[in-house]
Design a protein around this ligand. Sequence first.
Ligand code: ADP
Ligand code: MG
Length: 271
Amino acid sequence: GGSGSPAPRTRTLALANQKGGVGKTTTAINLGTALAAVGERVLIIDLDPQGNASTGVGAEDRGVSTFDVMSGTSTLKDARFQTSVPGLTISPATIDLMAFERETGMASGRHYRLRDAIAAMVAGEDPAERTTYVLIDCPPSLNLLTVNALAAADAVLVPLQCEFFALEGLAQLLSTVEEIRGRLNPKLHIHGVVLTMYDQRTALSDQVVDDVRRVLGDKVYSTIIPRNVRVAESPSHGKPVLLYDYRCAGSQAYIKLASEVIERERRMRAA
Ligand code: ADP
Ligand code: MG
């Protein structure tokens, strides 16, 4: 003590699940917005060629994108831009990210492009203005883009949809995380699993929640994201649901998730 508060650290979380449609992008946008709302400085890196996170925050094509960062022709500092949410920036994705793996081939250091880009960005920041959360929105596959995300991340946040086959494919994701930890990124761990699209009207949703909690224990966040029509509508307005309707159940759940993520960070740091 006595040395004043330390400069904030940058935490990098990869939102990953090779299944599509489970809530990765929705969680990146809305967790990012909720973190920014409590004063965090957040960067979303859209790493999915579909660019859903980019459209979801109303990003227009500015000629510079995550692809340019990955291929080394732009820095993250130049690719990121301010969204309509104070404190929330995004590095947008375009369809040309699809060509990344093919164009990169077996180039050395190909697994570390994103890690190095984030490190260079952070190194150039004024410590008092440092980005505190980088959220990487992964594509729905375990390709070289996702490997870059896992090699760059401190931890993985796994969205799981409350559906019958929720756990299917999770073993493959967990073994990929193990492999990346062994080969590329020794600090990598699972930050937590967030259950999404919970439908209170169906017994199935409760069954899924019970099963997932039994298998994954306290890795599962206590916050559950409900299925909510406002959450589904907001991307077509180019807005996070928190800007579209902050009172709806979906917005409130993402606010809770943000405080749980921050609390987990605090505990991990103290440990
Ligand atoms: P992923 O990025 O994993 O492919 P998305 O976040 O794009 O998944 O979500 C898939 C679809 O489900 C999208 O149309 C999204 O708007 C919708 N969706 C996601 N979460 C919710 C929710 N909590 N309530 C209602 N619809 C949701
Ligand atoms: Mg997505």
